[in-house]
Write a protein that binds this ligand. Structure first.
Ligand code: NOJ
Length: 554
C-alpha cells in the first residue's frame, strides 16, 4: 500500500492539458510529439503547474485526434518512443511535475488487432464478443440493430462484410465508425484494460484521465432510445449501474501502487458527462474514482444574467462533495469546446460557433482573463488547456480541407467541429509555424490545422516580454495560488455585491470579485489588491474584470 499523504496532491493541483499533436514538434514532421513536450518542460515549470495530462499519443490512424487507439501500450512512431515517455516522466518529475495519461476504454480504432481479429473470426466467435456486434433488423438484417445515433452524428452502427463476402453483422460505435465500442460485459475486456492501467502506472504515470467514463457499459438488451434521444443522463448507453463497481476495482489498483519518483497517490479523473450533477456521485462514492471533471463552467458564456446559474453550479458541487471539494476539478476549456476567448466574445450568446459568427475578440480576451482568476480561486483542483495561457482564440475560418474532426465529415460539413481550438501553439517569431515546428506543418492524417497569420503577439516569446500579457497573468495567478493559504483546497462564502458581480471570500484573508455587468462596480472591503485581470479604475471594478484581494481578518 502506498504511503498516504495527509492531503493528496491532486486535491488542489493545477493540471495543464497537453494535446501533443499541437504542442511542439521536435522532429519537424509537422505533428507535435513527446520530444516537443520534453523540450518545453522549463516553460511548463515556469508556469507553476503541478501536473500535465497528455491526451492520446498512442499508435493511431488519428481519425479522432488519437482517441482511436490501435495499440494502448506504445507511442505512435510519429510522436516518439516509449523511451521518450520514460524520459518525460523523469525530467518532468525533476521539475515537480507529474504526468497523467489518457485511458480510452470505451472504444478503440478499427485498426486495433483485436477488432481486426473480430472481423475475420465471424459471428458468434469469442473475438466478436469483445465488441458489440449484432445482427441487423428487418429482412436481410439491413437495418441497424437499434436506433442509437453517434455522438458525432449519423447512426451509431456500421455493417461489416463477413469473411465470405456477404453483408453481415453490425458493430456499435458511439463515436466515429472507425471507433468500435468494447463490450464491457466481457471479462476479457476488463482484464485487458487492467493490464493497460498497470502498464502506464508501472512506467511512472501519476494518474489516468478516463475518456467517456460514463459510457463503458451499455444496456444488456441494447434497447432503442426513447424519443427524444437522451443527452447525457442515465440511458441505455450512459451511466449504467455496473460502472461504480468497475471504478472501485480501478481505485484499488491505483491505491496499490507505490509513490514512484514523486510522492503521493496515483489518481484517476473521469470524463463523465451528466445532465444532473448528482449522477456522478456514484463514481466517486465508496472509494471509486478519485475525481470526475466538473463541467459546470465549460459551457458557460459571460453575461450577468448567467450569474445565478453559475453560483448554483458552484453551490451544488460543493454541497454534494462537502469535504471532498477537489474531487471535481474545475475546467474552462478543452480541445472539445470553443476556446474561452471565443466563447466569451460571442456577441450572440445562443448562436452556434461557425465561420461568420460575431465574436468581439477584445471583450473575449478581457473576459477569459477574468474567468481564469475565477477558475483558480474556486475551491479545489483546476485544469488548463494548452493555449489558454496565451489567450488563443478559435480559428474560425479554416478551409474545409484543413478540417479533420469526424464531426465535420459526418455532418456533411454542416457542423464545423473542434478543429478551431486545436491549432498548434505559437512559440516565437512573426509567421507560421511560430517555432512550433522546424518543418512545414504538413496536412498529414491527424495533423493539426494550420496556424493563421497575425498570431505574433500571441507567441510565448512576445508574451514573456510583456508584463501585462495573458501569459504573465497566468504565471502570476498559478504561483500566487500555490503560495496563498486560502487557495486550492477549502471552502468559500459568497459575499453580497452589486448586481452583475460575483464575489466570495475564502479564509484566511482572501476575497474574489468579478464584474460581469455593464457598469463599474464597487469591490468588497480589502487591504491590498493581489492580482487583477485588467486595470482598475479609482477603486472600482470595471466591466469584464476580476480581482484577487487580500482582506483583513474579521
Ligand atoms: C472525449 C475526448 O475529449 C474527445 O476529444 C473524443 O473525441 C471523445 N472523448 C471520444 O473519444
Amino acid at each position: 500500500m502506498a504511503m498516504q499523504e495527509s492531503v493528496p496532491w491532486w486535491r488542489s493541483a493545477v493540471v495543464y492539458q497537453i494535446y501533443p499533436a499541437g504542442f511542439a514538434d521536435s522532429n519537424g514532421d509537422g505533428l507535435g510529439d513527446l520530444g516537443g513536450v520534453l523540450s518545453r518542460l522549463n516553460y511548463l515549470a515556469a508556469l507553476g503547474i503541478d501536473a500535465i495530462w497528455l491526451t492520446p499519443f498512442y499508435p493511431s490512424p488519428r481519425a479522432d485526434g488519437g482517441y482511436d487507439v490501435a495499440d494502448y501500450c506504445d507511442v505512435d512512431p510519429r510522436q516518439g518512443t516509449l523511451a521518450d515517455f520514460d524520459a518525460l516522466v523523469t525530467e518532468a518529475g525533476a521539475r515537480q511535475i507529474r504526468v497523467i495519461v489518457d485511458l480510452v476504454p470505451n472504444h478503440c480504432s478499427d485498426q486495433h488487432p483485436l477488432f481486426q481479429e473480430a472481423l475475420t473470426a465471424g459471428p458468434g466467435s469469442p473475438a466478436r464478443d469483445r465488441f458489440l456486434f449484432r445482427d441487423g433488423r428487418g429482412p436481410g438484417g439491413t437495418r441497424p440493430p437499434n436506433n442509437w445515433q453517434s455522438e458525432f452524428g449519423g447512426p451509431a452502427w456500421t455493417r461489416v462484410t463477413e469473411p465470405g463476402g456477404a453483408p453481415g453483422q453490425w458493430y456499435l460505435h458511439l463515436f466515429d465508425d472507425s471507433q468500435p465500442d468494447w463490450n464491457w460485459r466481457n471479462p476479457a475486456v476488463r482484464a485487458y484494460f487492467e493490464d493497460i492501467i498497470r502498464f502506464w502506472l508501472d512506467r511512472g504515470a501519476a494518474g489516468l484521465r478516463v475518456d467517456v467514463a460514463h459510457g463503458l457499459f451499455k444496456d444488456a438488451d441494447l434497447a432503442d432510445d426513447a424519443a427524444p434521444a437522451p443527452s447525457h443522463g442515465p440511458s441505455g448507453r450512459y451511466h449504467q449501474p455496473e460502472l461504480a463497481g468497475l471504478y472501485r476495482s480501478w481505485r484499488s489498483i491505483l491505491d496499490s501502487y507505490p509513490a514512484g519518483i514523486y510522492p503521493g497517490q496515483r489518481t484517476a479523473i473521469g470524463e463523465a458527462w451528466y445532465d444532473d450533477l448528482s449522477t456522478v456521485r456514484r463514481y466517486l462514492a465508496g472509494d471509486g474514482l478519485p475525481q470526475v471533471f466538473n463541467f459546470g463552467l465549460i459551457h458557460t458564456r459571460w453575461h450577468a444574467g448567467g450569474i445565478p446559474r453559475m453560483r448554483s453550479a458552484v453551490d451544488a458541487s460543493l454541497a454534494m462533495l462537502s469535504g471532498r471539494e477537489s474531487a471535481m476539478p474545475w475546467v474552462l476549456g478543452s480541445p472539445d469546446v470553443p476556446r474561452p476567448v471565443t466563447r466569451f466574445g460571442m456577441t450572440d450568446a445562443c448562436a452556434p460557433l461557425a465561420p461568420g459568427a460575431n465574436v468581439d475578440l477584445a471583450a473575449g480576451e478581457r473576459r477569459a482573463r477574468a474567468a481564469v482568476l475565477l477558475l483558480l480561486a474556486l475551491p479545489g483542483s483546476a485544469y488548463i488547456y494548452q493555449g489558454e495561457e496565451l489567450g488563443l482564440p478559435d480559428v474560425l475560418d479554416l478551409p474545409p480541407e484543413a478540417r479533420t474532426d469526424p464531426i465535420f465529415r459526418r455532418s456533411g460539413g454542416t457542423v464545423v467541429g473542434r478543429d478551431g481550438c486545436r491549432v498548434p501553439l505559437p512559440w516565437s517569431g512573426n509567421a507560421p509555424p511560430y517555432g512550433f515546428s522546424s518543418g512545414p506543418v504538413a496536412a498529414s492524417p491527424g495533423a493539426c490545422p494550420p496556424q493563421p497569420s497575425g498570431w505574433q503577439h500571441h507567441t510565448v516569446a512576445a508574451q514573456s516580454a510583456d508584463p501585462g500579457s495573458t501569459l504573465n497573468l497566468y504565471r502570476a495567478a498559478v504561483h500566487l495560488r500555490r503560495a496563498h493559504p486560502a487557495l486550492g483546497e477549502g471552502t468559500l462564502a459568497w459575499l453580497d455585491g452589486q448586481p452583475g458581480t460575483v464575489c466570495f471570500a475564502r479564509a484566511p484573508g482572501f476575497a474574489f470579485a468579478a464584474n460581469l455587468g455593464a457598469y463599474p462596480a464597487p469591490m468588497p472591503a480589502y487591504r491590498d489588491v493581489l492580482l487583477a485581470s485588467g486595470p482598475l479604475s479609482r477603486g472600482q471594478l470595471p466591466p469584464d474584470t476580476a480581482v484577487w484581494l487580500a482582506t483583513n481578518p474579521p
